[in-house]
Write a protein that binds this ligand. Structure first.
Ligand SMILES: O=C(O)CCC(=O)C(=O)O
Ligand SMILES: [Fe+2]
Length: 348
């Protein structure tokens, strides 16, 4: 007899397949040209990244400059944190007032995910809208919540996030160049960034054919930089044929994907691609995404230089802070309405 809480059960068309296709062709990009500062090398790298963004929306990077010790330290701390009893973790639980901390009942598109998370922001405090209500102009400050155990948890997290931030700016500048813009054209949007790092823990699941670690979704921010362990489970919807394909773990590489904000900035040149996480009954899995997100007050719209009479803006401008707060609310509790999506801002 197998029992699983029905909140986790995906509708039939969204359940994972038992067979896995390994993604051949997700580009593996070597960032070492960034160290030499040779303009030819950097232009070639930008072109390679541009191709990956257009064809896949996903790529992996190696020689990215993040020392392996930072990753090992946070991976170890994450494991120790999650393997504690639930009551310890719930001492720093996320709630309606504070979106940061521990959480074990996130919903993606109103189905519960088979995972536990711990979130912390980069900026302290991080300023966000006080509510998702469009007319409410009040703001609030968000502070991180830190557990007692393991003792080096906070240090491991903060050091890692600093490395992620540096890498995120490098990638942002390459993407900007790849769009034919000056390298720093997009940097200002991140002055008081709302970026956050998430520790994901996917426990073993007795019914991996019915549930998902994270249901299908697109990341709503600008860029995501993900460290996955050696278990595997991330699947990407391949642009060429719509098949779900697995991103095979590559030791020491980071997986990068463009989110909805870059899709809108690029006026659909770079699409934010759907992805999801499969779980399994044998091995638990850990992953760490860093979500590189703009300042709450940023109005997201196609970049002017990238539109013209023949290629008019495809989106109405929207406010990043309200968009994100609205999405967060639907991840926090099951709602009876469809989640907010960028296609709601699409011009016909
Ligand atoms: O754990 C993973 O591999 C990906 C997680 C993810 O897509 C997310 O948290 O947005
Ligand atoms: Fe994601």
């Amino acid at each position: 007899m197998r029992e699983v809480n029905e909140a986790f059960i995906q509708s039939i068309e969204h359940r994972p397949k038992s067979t896995t296709i390994d993604a051949q062709g997700i580009p593996l990009i070597d960032l070492s040209a960034l160290n030499s500062n040779h303009s030819d090398g950097i232009a070639a790298l930008a072109a390679e990244i541009g191709g990956a963004c257009e064809n896949w929306g996903f790529f992996q990077v190696i020689n990215h400059g993040v020392p392996p010790s930072f990753r090992e330290k946070i991976e170890q701390a994450s494991r120790l944190f999650f393997l504690q009893p639930g009551e310890e973790k719930r001492k720093i639980a996320r709630d309606e007032a504070n979106p940061m901390g521990f959480y074990d009942s996130e919903h993606t598109k109103n189905v519960r995910d088979w995972k536990q998370v711990f979130d912390f922001t980069v900026e302290i405090p991080t300023v966000i809208p006080a509510s998702h209500e469009p007319e409410d102009v009040e703001l609030r400050e968000v502070f991180n919540q830190w557990p007692q155990y393991p003792p080096n948890f906070r240090e491991a997290c903060e050091e890692y996030a600093q490395e992620m931030e540096k890498l995120a700016y490098k990638l942002l500048e390459l993407i900007s160049l790849s769009l034919g813009l000056p390298s720093d054209r997009l940097n200002n949007f991140f002055e008081s960034q709302t970026s956050f790092t998430r520790l994901n823990y996917y426990p073993r699941c007795p019914t991996p054919d019915l549930a998902l670690g994270v249901g299908r979704h697109k990341d709503s921010g600008a860029l995501t930089i993900l460290a996955q362990d050696d278990v595997g489970g991330l699947e990407v919807k391949r642009k060429t044929d719509g098949e779900w394909v697995r991103v095979k773990p590559t030791p020491s590489a980071f997986i990068v994907n463009v989110g909805d904000v870059i899709q809108v900035w690029s006026n659909d040149k770079y699409e934010s691609v759907e992805h999801r996480v499969k779980v399994n009954s044998e091995r638990e899995r850990f992953s760490i995404p860093f979500f590189f997100n703009p300042t709450h007050s940023v109005t997201v719209a196609p970049i002017k230089e990238l539109t013209c009479e023949r290629n008019p803006a495809r989106y109405k401008p929207y406010n990043w802070g309200k968009f994100h707060t609205t999405r967060n609310l639907s991840n926090f509790k099951k709602l009876n309405v469809e989640n907010i999506q960028i296609y709601h801002f699409r011009l016909s």
